[in-house]
Ligand binder design. Structure first.
Ligand SMILES: Cc1ncc(COP(=O)(O)O)c(C=O)c1O
Length: 270
């Protein structure tokens, strides 16, 4: 039986109803929970947005050691944010150093302009999935009913942000910006030509932000150490590059009314 008939959601049923349905990570999580519930042998650990998966700090610890070897500290750290997993892994060790007063980098989350949960979402309790199966979390959210446009950074098409990243954003410990996808792919092509590595669409957001920062530093004549991490390669995303290079890629503006509509489904708690 389709999961949707059991109170869940599944991608195939949604596609049968609407062949152009863009899907979302929230729907994928609902489907995974339903499959785990239906199979006594299965267990499901929700990744990315939950706080415990943000502890992959080996990335940041290693970056700290690498920078120490060349006697540098970052002035700016940028990371892409979908649920917060790779950003937490890179930034938390640097935030520890910053909060201890040992360095003072600007730490910035970079999200898609079409799915701006930190920069345009509200900080409230919401479900982590579309069918209300995952626990309520206090987080920045565009509403669990929000279906982002079909941008190429699939891993950033998520309505919420991990509670830890949301909290430090609320506290002003980190900043956030959003970037449109054509700027991201322009940065990705520049990066690939310089470094010989084709980035996944998700980290192109951080690369675009790093390039913005470098250009500003060039203009102001300030020397800056800018740190980012490449959280995935784009070998399976060449169709996205083809779209960009052929000029077919478009940017999406997210109207405030669309956010307001999705926010109506967010539970109101006393
Ligand atoms: C390569 C890559 N980077 C980043 C993300 C975004 O997730 P997070 O913000 O949790 O790191 C994803 C998610 O699928 C991904 O595949």
């Amino acid at each position: 039986m389709a999961l949707i008939e059991q109170g869940g959601l599944d991608g195939r049923s949604l596609l049968a109803e609407d062949p152009d349905h863009p899907g979302s990570l929230g729907i994928a999580i609902s489907e995974a929970v339903m499959m785990a519930v239906a199979d006594p042998q299965a267990r499901y650990a929700l990744g990315s947005v939950l706080n415990h998966v943000l502890q992959q700090t080996v990335i940041g610890e290693e970056a700290l050691l690498q920078l120490a070897k060349v006697g540098e500290n970052p002035d700016v750290l940028v990371g892409c944010t979908g649920g917060g997993f790779n950003f937490g892994g890179l930034s938390f060790p640097f935030l520890r150093e910053k909060l201890a007063g040992r360095m003072n980098p600007t730490v910035r989350c970079v999200e898609p302009a079409a799915c701006p949960s930190l920069t345009k979402g509200e900080y409230r309790y919401d479900f982590g999935d579309t069918a209300d199966l995952a626990p309520l979390m206090k987080m920045h959210t565009l509403g669990h009913d929000f279906i982002p446009e079909l941008i190429h950074a699939g891993g950033l098409r998520y309505h919420g942000m991990s509670p830890l990243v949301s909290h430090i954003y609320e506290q002003g410990v980190v900043e956030a910006i959003s970037v449109p996808q054509t700027e991201c792919f322009a940065a990705a092509v520049q990066f690939a030509r310089c470094e010989g590595i084709v980035p996944a669409p998700e980290p192109t957001h951080a690369i675009a932000a790093a390039i913005r920062e470098a250009l500003q530093a060039k203009e102001s004549g300030q020397e800056k150490v800018i740190l980012t991490a490449l959280c995935g390669h784009g070998h399976l995303d060449l169709a996205s590059y083809e779209q960009y290079l052929s000029g077919a890629m478009v940017d999406y503006e997210l109207p405030d009314e669309q956010i307001a509509t999705a926010m109506r489904g967010v539970p109101v708690l006393d």
